[in-house]
Ligand binder design. Structure first.
Ligand code: ADP
Ligand code: MG
Length: 240
């Protein structure tokens, strides 16, 4: 079966010469729940930026459901829902508008968009806020709004960049169960995190990135069975 994501020899050197990705190989199977784990500055957001074409790569290849981002970018992008690390919506627009407009970019008709917005606002417990401007939301609510927005074109793969950083534990749990549900519906999920326990709770497979290199790529089960896992947890925590 075609991979949901296939990355080969991916390199990114930023202007000024800093090499953020040093040649990454990675595959994520369809239906997987995959964690990209690493300390701050490891290259997680850079990798996601390249996959979603927000960042130009220096070398290498990225395929999304078999479509190369160099030759079939629009098609590749249509499979992806992105929840970026930073809030990037208009703070003054009401939630309903943000969601319906987003669907519009993908050619979803207005009536379908409204139906979907209603569904996700309810599922993500934002329905009461549907007419409120985004700036009135708490941090956790804004994060959920970004998840709803990422789902508006019904992507086959959801990529979340540190979705629970700074989110309190109760809300984190409810986000986890929502993501699990999406995954059970068949959506491939990739998330970046620097919490090993988050990856452990949710993910089937994991890659660990550090200094722009993949240092481990295995199943969660195997990683946890490794003897030096305690040392590793310590390293990750120190690194953040
Ligand atoms: P992570 O998401 O894992 O915290 P990033 O991908 O954001 O890591 O960053 C990886 C490295 O690339 C860091 O050292 C960061 O300072 C550097 N970096 C990120 N964006 C830029 C940029 N626009 N220009 C130069 N260096 C950058
Ligand atoms: Mg990041």
């Amino acid at each position: 079966m075609t991979y949901a994501l296939e990355i080969s020899a991916l390199k990114k050197t930023y202007k000024g010469g800093f090499q953020a990705l040093k040649g990454i190989d990675l595959t994520v199977s369809q239906g997987d729940f995959f964690a990209l784990l690493g300390p701050n500055g490891a290259g997680k957001s850079t990798a996601i930026g390249v996959i979603t074409s927000l960042v130009n790569k220096t070398a290498g290849q990225v395929k999304v459901f078999g479509y190369d981002i160099d030759t079939d970018l629009e098609k590749a992008k249509s499979f992806i829902g992105l929840v970026p690390q930073e809030f990037n919506f208009s703070q003054f627009e009401p939630l309903m508008n943000i969601l319906v407009n987003q669907a519009g970019y993908y050619g979803v008709t207005k009536s379908v968009a409204i139906e979907r917005a209603e569904k996700y606002l309810k599922q993500l417990e934002l329905w009461d806020k549907r007419d409120a401007p985004a700036r009135t939301l708490s941090g956790g609510m804004k994060r959920r709004l970004m998840i709803a927005r990422a789902l508006m074109h019904e992507p086959k793969m959801l990529i979340l960049d540190e979705p629970t950083a700074g989110v309190d534990i109760e809300l984190r749990r409810s986000m986890w169960s929502f993501l699990r549900e999406l995954n059970q519906q068949g959506i491939t999920i990739i998330l970046t995190t620097h919490y090993l326990e988050e990856a452990e709770m949710l993910c089937r497979n994991i890659a660990i990135i550090d200094g722009g290199e993949i240092v481990e790529n295995t199943s969660m089960k195997k990683l946890l069975a490794q003897l030096d896992v305690e040392t590793f947890i310590f390293d990750i925590k120190e690194g953040t």
